[in-house]
Design a protein around this ligand. Structure first.
Ligand code: ADP
Length: 655
């Protein structure tokens, strides 16, 4: 059964999706919370204002009631002397008005219903002596008189928009109702007397009748009012009177405004910062994704490399190795990173050499063309590597260390060595075979004349022993001389065979023969770490045998390479210069080798002269005979820089 596991990047994406969902949820909750808070604060404000309104209006209603009750008591205390004359009544009335009682008129009605006194006397109101028909609230009078209790009349219009109502207070003496004291209230005046200024500042206070009609108002200006007002019934005046208060538009408290503004600002800031954060995170995610892709690509590339990569900081501490390098030295990355010289992979027999090269590289003096080193695999096997070091430049353009790439050339070196040895074996075998052939052909050719000479000499000797005359010996001797001459001819022929090979001559480029000879020696030269410097100032054409010339050049170059066996590696150099002068091609082969001592200089071109244990001493002899065979000259001199310079002069091919 197949199970699919989410990739790391899919996991990351789903995790981020959750974070965004959560942050959105948190933001919605936050904004919801802010709105709720604002709404609740507004509601609390409203409720508080309403509670204040209710308590204020209840207080006002009580205050009014207190006024009315006090006036009822005052009117109930009207006494005989007060109703004895108009003047006494007037003085009583003045006292009653003096308390800001809200009363606008006092009327004294006798128990017969006739108005006795009124103060002040108002023309369109009840007149003194009136039989009572003109009293607007006759029923109230009747009721008060019959009940013996204060009774309030229905509100009735007075002048213009003014409305008024009356209170009828029966006055008893000795248990008998002697009259009714009537107090007249003008609603507007009652409100202005009993509503304190601070209340009037806050509310428009009005008294409404049973049909809802406004009978009187106390307000500062006719400014628009907000919100619902509050109404309480205004009893005992009865008859549907109600007290109504509507608050004026009050500015919201500064603290509440500031709180609301800061909450809104906070929400905006949170929204903005979330948006900025989201953009930032999105950009970051894109960059991270690119980086991850780049990193994966580079890692795949590095992992697939056969070249070992190793980075070091300026102190030589390893900071990075790739898998190929780990394979090369057989150590895991964890064991290599952080290591400083000497490294565990330095070959034991080459520690000093390796350390010197390491110091050169760290000092910035490593060979640009790369260098070869011997390293040690963890299994003890020594490997040859070709190393190229390059400066490591960090993101700020600073030189932060060295990056080395290493190629394992162990196999190649072994192959080169094998090829070189094989070639050497082949060459020596070829030389032996050639010499053997030459020797057998010489032996074969010389065998006959020598045998003849031997037999003629034996015959001559026998003749002389048998005392024959000298004349008898002469023919045998002549024959022997003849045979000796023939032997000389044989040798000359063989010699001319090797010398007169001009039939095989052709026009050739000397530079090409040099290249061919170098190619034959390439493995040897590389193994010895020799630098070859070419200075071809001309491309001369000569007439010659390409194989023989190549062989001669090969011998000279090999001698030069072998002479530098004990030369310091950095000094090992063969300089080859080619030029033309006066109808000759001039070739110089200079080495920095051991040089040629005066004791051996004379014998150098002698066949079989050698100073090498494995040498044959034929190389230079063949060289000279080849060069001379080409009508040229071979010579040598000491190199002023140490070593030897061989000169070859060859006539240029006719144009
Ligand atoms: P062999 O192959 O034995 O070296 P050669 O004829 O090539 O024979 O050389 C003869 C001797 O000349 C060598 O053994 C060596 O001592 C000397 N010789 C030849 N070339 C050089 C050279 N370039 N530098 C120093 N000595 C050399």
């Amino acid at each position: 059964m197949e199970t699919s596991t989410p990739t790391p990047s899919a996991e990351r994406i789903s995790r981020w999706r959750w974070v965004w969902v959560l942050s959105r949820l948190a933001f919605i909750l936050f904004v919801g919370g802010v709105v709720l808070l604002l709404w609740m604060s507004d509601r609390a404000d409203k409720e508080e204002r309403r509670a204040t309104l209710i308590s204020d209006i209840l207080w006002l209603e009580q205050n009014l009631r207190f006024h009315l009750t006090r006036n009822e008591e005052l009117l109930g205390r009207i006494d005989q002397p007060h109703t004895a004359s108009a003047a006494a009544f007037e003085s009583f009335a003045r006292t009653a008005f003096g308390f800001e009682s809200g009363l606008r008129q006092l009327i004294w009605i006798g128990q017969d219903g006739v108005v006795r006194f009124a103060h002040p006397v108002i023309m369109d109101s009840s007149l003194v002596g009136d039989g009572g028909e003109s009293i607007p609230s006759r029923q109230s009078f009747m009721l008060a008189r019959s009940l013996g209790k204060p009774v309030y009349s229905r509100a009735y219009p007075y002048v213009g928009n003014d409305w008024q109502f009356e209170v009828h207070v029966p006055v008893s003496r000795a248990g008998r109702v002697v009259g009714v004291a009537v107090g007249v209230y003008r609603i507007r005046d009652l409100l202005s007397d009993s509503v304190p200024w601070w209340l009037a500042e806050r509310y428009r206070i009005s008294v409404t009748g049973d049909s809802g009609r406004v009978l009187g108002t106390r307000s500062k200006v006719e400014s628009p009012v907000t919100e619902e007002g509050y109404q309480v019934t205004f009893d005992p005046p009865g008859w549907g009177l109600a007290l109504h208060a509507v608050p004026y538009h009050a500015p919201r408290p500064l603290a509440s405004l500031l709180l609301s503004a800061s909450l809104v600002a906070l929400a905006v800031i949170v929204l903005w910062s979330l948006w900025v954060l989201r953009r930032h995170v999105q950009r970051r995610q894109t960059v991270e994704e690119q980086l991850r892709r780049e990193h994966a690509f580079r890692k795949a590339m590095e992992d697939s490399l056969d070249t070992g990569m190793r980075a070091r900081n300026l102190d030589g501490e390893i900071t990075y190795v790739n898998p190929a390098f780990c394979r090369m030295v057989g150590l895991p990355a964890a064991e290599l990173i952080g290591r400083r010289p000497p490294m565990p992979y330095w070959a034991d027999d080459y520690i000093e050499e390796t350390r010197a090269m390491n110091d050169r590289v760290l000092a910035g003096q490593g060979p640009e063309e790369g260098f070869e080193l011997k390293l040690k695999h963890s299994n003890g096997q020594v490997i040859d590597v070709l190393i190229h070091e390059a400066p490591l430049i960090d993101a700020h353009g600073q030189h932060s260390g060295w990056m080395g790439s290493m190629v394992d050339i162990t196999e190649r070196k072994h192959a080169d060595e094998r090829a070189r040895q094989q070639q050497e074996r082949l060459q020596s075998t070829a030389r032996l075979v050639a010499m053997g052939e030459m020797a057998s052909s010489i032996a074969h050719e010389l065998n006959q004349p020598l045998a003849a000479i031997s037999s003629y000499c034996t015959g001559a000797a026998n003749l002389l022993r048998s005392d024959s005359s000298a004349a008898a010996v002469l023919p045998a001797l002549d024959k022997a001389v003849e045979q000796a001459r023939r032997a000389g001819q044989v040798i000359r022929r063989i010699y001319s065979l090797s010398r007169h090979s001009e039939d095989r001559f052709e026009s050739l480029r000397l530079a090409e023969r040099i290249d061919a000879a170098l190619a034959l020696l390439e493995g040897d030269i590389r193994q010895k770490g020799i630098r070859v410097v070419l200075d071809f100032q001309a491309q001369p054409q000569v007439e010659g045998d390409p194989v023989l010339l190549e062989q001669a050049l090969f011998n000279l170059l090999r001698n030069a390479a072998e002479s530098m066996r004990d030369t310091a590696p950095e000094q090992r150099q063969i300089a080859i210069a080619l030029a033309c002068a006066e109808g000759y091609a001039l070739l110089k082969i200079a080495d920095h080798g051991c040089g040629i001592g005066t004791d051996v200089a004379d014998k150098l071109f002698d066949p079989l002269f050698t100073t090498k244990a494995e040498g044959m001493g034929m190389g230079l002899a063949i060289c000279r005979s080849v060069v001379e065979n080409h009508r040229g000259r071979l010579s040598f001199e000491a190199n002023p820089e140490g070593g030897t310079v061989f000169h070859i002069l060859l006539p240029l091919a006719p144009q």
